[in-house]
Ligand binder design. Sequence first.
Ligand SMILES: NC(=O)c1ccc[n+]([C@@H]2O[C@H](COP(=O)([O-])OP(=O)(O)OC[C@H]3O[C@@H](n4cnc5c(N)ncnc54)[C@H](O)[C@@H]3O)[C@@H](O)[C@H]2O)c1
Ligand SMILES: O=C(O)[C@H](O)COP(=O)(O)O
Length: 392
Amino acid sequence: MFEVKTIDRFDLTDFAGDVFRTSNTDTPDAILVRSSKVDDRLISKRLLLIARSGTGTNTINVEAATANGTAVFNTPGVNANAVKELIIQNLFRCLRPLNGAVEMMKQLRVGPGEDLQEAAEAKRVDFIGEELYGRTLGILGLGTIGQRLADACYHMGMQVIGYNRSFKNLRHVQQLDTIDEVLEQADFVVVLLPLTDDTRGLLSAKQFETMKDTAYLLNFGRGDIVDNQAVVSALNHNEFAGYVSDFPKTILQDHPKITLLPHLGGNTIEALTHSANLILQNLLDFLEYGTVRNSINFPRVDLPFMSNQRLTFFFHARDNMWVDVANILNSYDLPVQEMMGNTQDGYGYTIVNTDLSTVSKERKQKLLSELDQIKGMLRVRLLNNPTQGEWQ
Ligand SMILES: NC(=O)c1ccc[n+]([C@@H]2O[C@H](COP(=O)([O-])OP(=O)(O)OC[C@H]3O[C@@H](n4cnc5c(N)ncnc54)[C@H](O)[C@@H]3O)[C@@H](O)[C@H]2O)c1
Ligand SMILES: O=C(O)[C@H](O)COP(=O)(O)O
């Protein structure tokens, strides 16, 4: 039904993913990616969906996809535990100089008759650490990951404060009214926001001035939420103690107070497996059945496929939209066997189970073209029941 090919054939750099197409054409029906940027040139009329295995969708032009009638899917929450655990590991690393101690142990040699443990203990004064217990954790972005981190750190004895644009009724977090209040009070500030027009460059020189000089900033949201040049400058002026980022930039390399990771947040066997399974299921269900789950721009609609064919409609929600569709279906004497629809953020998605088995190919084309031309219609699809016939 769908071939899977790699995107390399498009010769678009900075992109690596799989595409799905129904015929031997360079224009894909669907694109599957992790964090790779989806080039806008791929959002052609033919493109039915973009599937992002993972959470952040800042590498996809969702607005352009929506206007094109292309569904965008992601797998929110599946890597939240992986990110939470990596952040906790890094909180400990900020206070306990484990890397140095392990390195020292690799180098340490004792002579005949000397005791290695004794020699090691003589060196441990260089590796005295501090404890997380009783310290204040500030979380910017109290979503799925932020809440899990808050619960775990609260149970380790930390005070947890946070900022989110909407109020969240959370048991273990004192939610503050401004980012600045969090920055002033926290010993650790963890960024867990999405990258949007509102959050790009949100943390810069002015914000760093308000931080404690002993505080650490950990960015597991997205690199561009933080002004990297301002980070380097603030650290050079001892405005805060250290920066940990999951999003490497050359300007941050080699600074003694900066720790860079190669975007490891969701990089566990569990998260990757779970995410890949979920996104593939959602992708195939949409391509073959028109079912929508976990889409960020299409409303959720899941109707059992009990007919020979079904029509799916994605449109700008407006008064009388359905009257216009129904008039055309009636003029073709099409039975509406079952139907389900939903709206979200001004867009509607409707599935109609029907039977076109007696309608000629030419009339089907004419029907689809008339439905396509309805004012506000963004995408019409005709699907054959995969368990009852061949793909058309
Ligand atoms: N490092 C990694 O590997 C990794 C893994 C997963 C997610 N992430 C990043 O973390 C982000 C958060 O993930 P999540 O699963 O918790 O998402 P989420 O959608 O559950 O949480 C995001 C939270 O941020 C809040 N928010 C959005 N814009 C805001 C603004 N301008 N000001 C204040 N609050 C705002 C939302 O209300 C929400 O509560 C993702 O968007 C992604 O960029 C990184
Ligand atoms: O948004 C996400 O899910 C994370 O940043 C993980 O991205 P990745 O799929 O490239 O690991």
